[in-house]
Design a protein around this ligand. Structure first.
Ligand code: CU
Length: 237
């Protein structure tokens, strides 16, 4: 009995030490310059069912920026950190179909993490994955209105794996699959947080689908680390 309780205590101590020595990386991503105007999606407007689901014109979401350039939808990763995916046990990530659009349109998940797709619309969608990395499966799942959720997972890392709907040709989502739990996607305030990063020196990358990628070096010690990024809007033509 004595030996048994000692065995239990040691892993608890090790786990406690591990958490104490890991730190969060936080920061903000800002877009410098004025992004090109978003385009109105006339296809949604002219669709007899989808058009009625919107009272305002639907626009592309290429650059979602705040008043000070705070940039949403930027994927922050630690370059060269692979392995250690906890995707199989991580909570699922949810992708909704609402107003005949994917919500959100930019996501990141771990390898083997479940991605649950919902249909909140009064219309049939089909969820068609179009991976380009071998081993990640192309799948095409019809989803009736009010139908059950459908789920996906991918075993291999892939940047911007495209999801599309063959019923509505404008519907796309871009899912980056990462072989590690150390990543984040910026919110509408441009903020991100990568939690519980082990100490070490890293190259941290910020990637936006339209504004491209910038990277920096960062050292994580016992304390939390902060780093901000600036991406450039395209020059007006
Ligand atoms: Cu659809």
């Amino acid at each position: 009995m004595k030996t048994y309780s000692r065995l239990l205590i040691i892993p608890a101590l090790v786990a406690g030490l591990h958490v104490a020595s890991a730190a969060d990386i936080t920061g903000t991503v800002t877009l410098n310059g004025t992004p090109p105007p978003e385009k109105v999606n006339d296809l949604i407007k002219n669709d007899p069912i989808c058009g009625k689901l919107h009272s305002e014109p639907v626009k592309t979401q290429f650059y979602v920026v705040g008043s000070k350039g705070e940039l949403r939808d930027v994927i922050i990763t630690l370059k060269g950190v692979s392995g250690g995916s906890t995707g199989e046990s991580a909570p699922p990530v949810v992708l909704d179909q609402k107003g005949c659009e994917y919500v959100p349109q930019i996501l990141a998940i771990q390898t083997n993490q479940k991605l649950v797709v919902k249909n909140s619309d009064p219309v049939l969608h089909n969820v068609h994955t179009t991976p380009t990395v071998a081993g990640n499966k192309e799948q095409n799942k019809a989803q009736m209105q009010g139908g059950p959720d459908v789920s996906f997972s991918f075993p291999n890392p892939e940047k911007a794996l495209r999801f599309k709907c063959d019923v509505h040709q404008w519907m796309f989502a871009w899912v980056t699959v990462i072989d590690s739990p150390y990543f984040a996607v910026t919110d509408k305030a441009g903020n991100f947080k990568i939690a519980n990063v082990p100490p070490g020196k890293y190259t941290i990358e910020a990637t936006h689908r339209k504004a491209g990628t910038v990277s920096k070096e960062i050292e994580v010690k016992a304390d939390n680390a902060t780093t901000d990024f600036t991406l450039e809007a395209p020059k007006p033509q």
